[in-house]
Design a protein around this ligand. Structure first.
Ligand code: FAD
Length: 429
């Protein structure tokens, strides 16, 4: 069976194992080690990099899904590692709880999302892994251990562990009481928003901006808390029109046509950006964060120090204006709080996140290469699950605890039972 990631740019033909219990995971890892084989855990395949690619055995944790225990009082929720975020969000909703923040989709698994440092936007909010208070890890020799702050080294490393330190079977999350958000989405001009973007970041619980390449137009999205009794929902027809029809169905059809006429892409962006309208609504937090994404694309995303965001955007805009590359997807700009996880993009640094996308059938190479060159001048740290070309030597200069992580990996997986080509590149063979 050929496995492929969501974007379709990574495939493998590994043999699949589908354990039903944490004990079965431990047994599979132990026997892989004994037989000199390599085994790789996989979530829902939503990474754009080959981080989840297996070249021998793939450990599919789809059966390890569901809530193990929940304490409404403390907000502590234990969940099996293969639980998709969408299932988690629904379960939390029923418990009157919620994740403090989310990214813009909910298809990832809990362990997959946290292992690559998945994040949302919000100046006071770190990535999803920062909400982990403990996790159960099966290491390469098949032994199981509970990892929490009582073991600061392993806890510092394993929350964003890239699947390199062991297989996570269970995660305990610090959740908060369920909350509602008011989303205000507004078309604006780059020249208005970019000079004041730090103020926008600071003014809202969540703020993000989308810039449409080839134009000076942006769409901003600000989400803020509202009281539980404020119900101003989006009309169902409006949600279907904006989120399903325009953002996915029409956008997908336009992209298919535009691959044949690349010169029409930037003029198309100008029309698409002008068609955007303002909208405001309230909803439970997870419904506001998550949007349907049915048009396939590839993506690269880098974290840069917050204050560098204007320079990066200015250089990127100038590059697109000069080159007139056919880029049909908007550039996404977000923000997050610093944290203490060794391989987190947010390690001891408040970041802005800039993400570039290209239609999966389009050519992303020149665009992403130019983007990497721009962010390199600002000590950009790549998202582990999104396309980048950096290797262990370069990453060691960007992540202060990279060498410590590599040393820990040497201790926990000296025979490289859990590795793959991507990990060999970013951590060393
Ligand atoms: C449409 C789309 C939207 C996205 N939006 C965002 C966003 O808003 N913010 C953001 O930061 N990212 C975003 N991403 C990236 C995505 O969140 C990450 O790539 C995430 O890692 C994918 O989770 P997954 O479950 O598919 O994991 P996979 O891609 O399958 O695996 C990712 C890593 O996790 C490891 N892993 C999986 N399960 C385990 C386990 N049980 N134990 C140990 N390691 C494990 C794998 O070995 C691999 O190293 C998006 C991706 C797509 C395709």
């Amino acid at each position: 069976m050929v496995w492929t990631n969501w974007a379709g740019n990574v495939t493998d033909e590994a043999q699949v194992r589908r354990p039903r219990t944490p004990e079965a995971v431990a047994e599979l890892v132990r026997s892989a080690a004994d037989d000199g084989r390599r085994i790789r855990p996989v979530g829902s395949g939503h990474s754009f990099t080959a981080i989840a690619r297996a070249d021998d055995l793939r450990l599919d944790l789809a059966h390890l899904s569901g809530i193990v225990s929940a304490d409404r009082g403390t907000g502590r929720v234990r969940v099996l590692a293969g639980t998709p975020l969408r299932v988690l969000n629904q379960a939390l909703d029923l418990l009157g709880l919620a994740m403090p923040n989310l990214g813009d989709i909910d298809a990832q698994t809990v362990a997959g999302a946290t292992s690559t440092g998945t994040h949302g936007t919000g100046v006071a909010l770190a990535g999803l892994s920062a909400g982990i208070v403990g996790l159960r890890l099966v290491t390469a020799d098949g032994s199981q251990r509970w990892v929490d702050e009582s073991d600061p080294e392993l806890f510092g490393a394993a929350r964003v562990g890239l699947g390199a330190l062991g297989v996570i079977t269970e995660v305990e999350l610090a959740c908060i009481p369920a909350y509602r958000l008011r989303a205000v989405e507004r078309p604006d001009s780059l020249d208005e928003v970019l000079p004041r973007i730090q103020e926008h970041f600071d003014a809202h619980r969540h703020f993000e901006m989308y810039w449409f390449p080839g134009t000076r137009r942006v769409q901003t999205k600000a989400n803020d808390l509202v009281a539980d009794d404020v119900h101003e929902p989006l009309a169902p027809w409006r949600r279907r029109l904006d989120d399903e029809l325009l953002s996915n169905t029409v956008f997908g059809a336009a992209n298919r046509l535009l691959t044949r006429t690349p010169r029409a892409v930037l003029p198309f962006n100008a029309i698409a950006a002008r068609a955007l309208t303002e909208r405001s609504y309230t909803a439970p937090s997870h419904e506001v964060f998550v949007t349907p994404r049915t048009v396939r694309f590839v993506e690269s995303e880098y974290a840069v120090p917050r204050e560098a965001v204007t320079d990066v955007l200015t250089d990127l805009v100038a590059w697109v204006e000069r080159r007139r590359e056919p880029i049909s997807f908007p550039v996404e700009v977000r923000v997050a709080a610093p944290d203490d996880m060794w391989l987190s993009t947010g390690y001891e640094r408040a970041n802005a996140y800039i993400a570039v996308h290209q239609y999966h059938r389009g050519d992303h190479r020149a665009y992403f290469a130019a983007f990497e060159e721009i962010v390199a001048a600002h000590a950009g740290r790549p998202h582990w699950g999104k396309l980048h070309t950096l290797d262990a030597g370069q990453l060691a200069g960007l992540y202060p605890r990279h060498a410590d992580f590599v040393a820990l990996r040497d201790r926990l997986d000296p025979d490289r039972v859990l590795t793959n080509d991507y990990l060999d590149r970013v951590l060393g063979a």
